[in-house]
Ligand binder design. Structure first.
Ligand code: MN
Length: 734
């Protein structure tokens, strides 16, 4: 790679076999050999840009991945990672020959390769990082991708300048931060150093030259310290390893060029690293070091008792020797060392054979004061299941967001539940205003389609197309809604007037007020001055685009009407309220402070009698009833866009009716399960609106059933019955 670091550029299949032979892992060598044969055949006489046979790229990637300690499927996926993309073999074929895990990893790596990752905006970079992790349902996808990228960077010398810089920037923005988050320090450091070399060749060379210049001096220093430490440790040579480690060029660069320090001012340009067998020895060695040299105050860090979020563990201290030279010392066990270098990848090693070592350790006597620390570590290893760690990493990312691509590969980040309309307005107001439809993954979708992470969405526009009013109810984000309103306000004054007048008249009719145009104008006159409108038409227009909300002004209008017109109208009023009363009785919901209002049950959460509920005053459709904990209702009503619209509602006593309710049945997948659920439901004489099941990747399945339920009690009964079915894990109300 340069004067300072030397990495082998290409590794062969023989090298891979050698790495596997020297490993303590058990590999499925036969299957790996089969994958290699396929890769050889598939890539045929393809060449890299440098002229080197293509097959040496996948074998090199496989060597890197094997070096992390990864399992057979990861190695096989590495060998095959470019086969689907670049050759005639299909993913189906790979699934058939090597199983679904391998196919899934290869597919993931191929997909990531298609995304345009480089972006000038920091926000985009963050989105891309989050999305790559969200997309990788198997974290091995990311690990193989990192190895692929690392190898491409090791061999990028022969690529054109622009390409080298673009890739380097992607590494700095996307891949190195991901490697860091996964605790894969060795990959992170190498990616950053290789990238820096192309992004700032002069700065890189300057640091590299200084390091080379100091090399002999440093080696002698390290040799001296090593001897002193080994002697003071009183440990036999097999029990302790001491060596010098130089900080990565990129991290020196950041401290010198970006923080204005000189290399001599950086204490930890190089550090001594001490590897021992167990935690007790770590703390013993810390004592030895502090006896031998003078510790610099505030430079001691105990990452053993408090590991870093990416699982890193070590003791760090900076000391000064008798010549006044400061240097850092890092102390850790071999296991910690594996995790420090390879992070999450090291967990596959734990999975494959580390448990044995932990058990031996258990047998050893340990001092009282380090038992606490050991427990922490063991607790971590016992939850050995690497999926736990992945889940933790995932949880760092907001579950309430989705990430989608434009066809060009730009990533957009939206709140969960966003529709294609929201995306259109997020891309650009004009794109939203001219949208006619959308394609998701190349297929036309309805306008209320809810986007999911990883989907490629293309917004279809037409020059003369215009937004529709019902979009206001479909879209999820308030920014899209306000842009749509804005458009109607600006573009559609005439329509707004008609729409606004119609809405007002509808509302008046509901209040049994019927007036001719002249009388209406007379009635509304008092509204104009207050709202700085010149004409009644301004008022209608404002109602039409949603600037003035009818439900807000109606009480005042009714009041005005009562004083100005009521006498003549009294008879009709009495007659016409009767049907409205009847309607209220059937819904079973009472709205506080409102007698005759229309009620509808929201489709998003399907409230049942007994559920805590809340009402929302819609524009023109009365009050819609939501569950209090419906995701569409803010937890704190003060956060709502228009909190005044929420009203208290309660169930009438003893209401029983059929209410639509959706249940999710989570189960271990097996044949006949769907049938069992159906039989159970029909045995309870429950009407089923829809029923479908979906497989999850972990051998589980979700059955979603929309059924009629009469109340909470009934619901509990149904849930209990379904839970009792064999292999059903959990039944949740949606
Ligand atoms: Mn590749």
């Amino acid at each position: 790679m340069g004067k300072y670091n030397n990495t082998v550029q290409y590794q062969t299949f023989d090298d891979l076999l050698e790495i596997m032979r020297n490993s303590s892992n058990n590999y499925d060598v036969k299957k790996i050999q089969k994958a290699y044969s396929l890769a050889v055949e598939a890539h045929g006489d393809q060449k890299r840009v440098s002229g080197i046979p293509y097959i040496l790229h996948p074998t090199s990637v496989a060597c890197i991945v094997a070096g992390f300690g990864m399992d057979s499927d990861s190695i096989i996926s590495s060998l095959l990672h470019d086969v689907v993309e670049d050759t005639a073999y299909s993913l189906e074929f790979i699934r058939k020959e090597f199983g679904k895990d391998v196919a899934n990893i290869v597919d993931g790596v191929t997909k990531i390769s298609k995304i345009k990752l480089y972006s000038r905006e920091e926000q985009q970079a963050e989105n891309i990082r989050k999305m790559l992790i969200a997309m990788s349902n198997d974290i091995r996808v990311i690990i193989v991708k990192l190895a692929d990228r690392l190898h491409n960077m090791r061999t990028i010398e022969c690529m054109p300048e622009q390409k080298r810089r673009d890739k380097s920037r992607e590494n700095m923005e996307v891949f190195a931060p991901i490697a860091h988050r996964l605790g894969m320090k060795a990959v992170k450091d190498e990616l950053e150093d290789l990238s820096l070399k192309y992004l700032d060749p002069i700065g890189y060379a300057e640091i590299e030259d200084t390091l080379v210049l100091q090399e002999n001096e440093r080696d002698r220093f390290i040799e001296r310290k090593k001897k002193e430490i080994l002697k003071a440790s009183k440990l036999p040579s097999g029990k302790i390893t001491v060596y010098g480690r130089v900080k990565s060029i990129n991290s020196i660069y950041r401290k010198t060029f970006l923080r204005g320090k000189t290399i001599d001012e950086i204490y930890d340009v190089f550090a001594l690293r001490i590897l021992v067998d167990d935690i007790k020895e770590c703390y013993n060695m810390l004592g030895v070091i502090h006896d031998l040299y003078t510790p610099i105050p505030n430079r001691f860090k105990d990452y053993i008792s408090t590991p870093k979020p990416n699982m890193y563990q070590s003791l760090h201290t900076t000391v000064i020797d008798s010549d006044g030279i400061p240097f850092e010392v890092q102390i850790r066990t071999w296991e910690m060392h594996q995790t420090a270098e390879n992070g999450i990848a090291a967990h596959w090693r734990y999975k494959l054979g580390f448990t044995r070592i932990v058990n031996n350790k258990k047998a050893r006597e340990l001092d009282e004061n380090i038992n606490r620390i050991k427990d922490t570590l063991r607790a971590q290893i016992d939850t050995d299941d690497s999926t736990d760690i992945i889940r933790n990493i995932r949880n760092d990312f907001d579950q309430n967001e989705v990430y989608v691509f434009s066809p060009k590969g730009d990533v957009f980040n939206l709140p969960n539940g966003s529709t294609v309309i929201d995306l259109a307005y997020l891309i650009h107001t004009e794109v939203g205003n001219h949208m006619v439809g959308a394609k998701v993954d190349h297929r036309i979708v309805p306008i209320d389609y809810k986007l999911k992470t990883g989907e490629i969405c293309e917004i279809l526009t037409k020059k003369d197309s215009q937004p529709r009013r019902d979009w206001l109810d479909i879209c999820k984000t308030s920014s899209a809604r306000s842009k749509i309103r804005q458009w109607f306000k600006r573009e559609k004054r005439d329509d707004n007037i008609i729409e606004g007048k119609t809405m007002l008249e509808r509302e008046l009719k509901r209040s049994n007020i019927s007036l001719n145009d002249e009388e209406l104008e007379q009635l509304l006159h008092f509204m104009l001055k207050k709202n700085k409108f010149n004409t009644v038409e301004d008022l209608y227009a404002s109602i039409g685009y949603g600037g003035i909300q009818l439900w807000k002004i109606m009480p005042r209008i009714r009041e005005e009407y009562n004083t100005k017109f009521k006498e003549n109208e009294e008879e009709t009023t009495v007659i016409q309220t009767a049907p409205a009363r009847r309607k209220r009785a059937t819904t079973g919901v009472i709205v506080d402070g409102m007698d005759d209002c229309m009620i509808k049950f929201s489709k998003c959460c399907n409230p049942l009698p007994g559920d805590p509920i809340i009402g929302y005053i819609t524009r023109g459709f009365g009050v819609s009833i939501h569950k209090r904990n419906c995701p569409n209702v803010p937890k704190n009503l003060k956060d709502a866009e228009e909190p005044e619209r929420y009203v208290k509602v309660r169930w009438e006593k003893g209401v029983k009716d059929n209410f639509r309710s959706t249940l999710e049945v989570i189960c271990s997948d097996r044949t006949g399960l769907l049938a069992d659920v159906t039989v159970a439901l029909s045995a309870m004489r429950i009407f089923i609106h829809s029923l479908n099941s979906r497989q999850l990747s972990d051998g589980k399945a979700i059955i979603t059933a929309t059924i009629d339920i009469s109340d909470r009690e009934h619901l509990d009964l149904v849930v209990n019955r379904l839970t009792s079915i064999k292999d059903v894990i959990e039944v949740k109300r949606f």
